[in-house]
Design a protein around this ligand. Structure first.
Ligand code: HEM
Length: 182
């Protein structure tokens, strides 16, 4: 049975995301600058034309998700004055973090990347324990929420459908317990 607090958090996130997605959809409807420009071509095409299959496939698979992280999510997260300080003392490179997170998201959104444990070209092995990855960072719960909301805002700006944004948020939210207060 899901604890009431967890359910409340999830419901609050759901409404936040629907609001965010609504803004994103109306922006892409206007065709204004910034719409969908940062997504890889496959993801842009999927976002524009809809399509079947998994959320990962609609985002352009691992490559589309990695491009989305590099071009949209990471710059937006680092532009936030409350989030940026957590990324100042890294034990791995930004590229490794982006690649490992892109694989995790691709996997959880229905793609064929390895969930954890992949060895990258530079020898870094993606870790599986969210608690160990985020140990010592002391990330408060509300910062995790902010991180997820910013990712959702960027997806909305890129024209990703509301239901797919919700699924991305759900995937990230599933790791909350391992990320916060470590
Ligand atoms: C919400 C869900 C989150 C997930 C699923 C997630 C996942 C990941 C992954 C996969 C890595 C790469 C580590 C590896 O595989 O070797 C990573 C690294 C990192 N994450 Fe997160 N993360 C989340 C939230 C956050 C938040 C909210 C922050 C801070 C505001 C954060 C800060 C970091 C930092 C600083 C690193 C690099 C750690 C180091 O260099 O040792 N993460 N995260």
């Amino acid at each position: 049975m899901e604890p009431v607090q967890a359910r409340k958090t999830r419901l609050a996130l759901t409404s936040l995301f629907l609001a965010t997605a609504a803004v994103g959809l109306s922006l892409s409807g206007c065709g204004g600058p910034g719409d969908e420009r940062d997504l890889a071509p496959a993801a842009r095409s999927a976002a524009q034309h809809g399509g079947n299959g998994t959320v990962s496939a609609r985002l352009g698979g691992f490559d589309g998700i990695l491009a989305f992280l590099e071009n949209s999510v990471v710059p937006a997260e680092l532009a936030d004055p409350e989030i940026a300080p957590f990324f100042t003392r890294l034990t791995e490179t930004p590229g490794d973090i982006e690649n490992c997170l892109a694989m995790l998201l691709d996997h959880d959104l229905g793609g064929d990347s390895r969930h954890f444990g992949a060895v990258l070209a530079d020898g870094h092995q993606c870790r599986s324990s969210m608690s160990n990855i985020h140990r010592g960072l002391n990330i408060p719960d509300r910062i995790v929420t902010k991180f997820i909301v910013i990712a959702g805002q960027q997806a909305a700006l890129a024209g990703v459908a509301a239901a797919d944004i919700q699924e991305i948020a759900d995937v990230l939210d599933r790791y909350r317990g391992g990320v916060r207060n470590k």
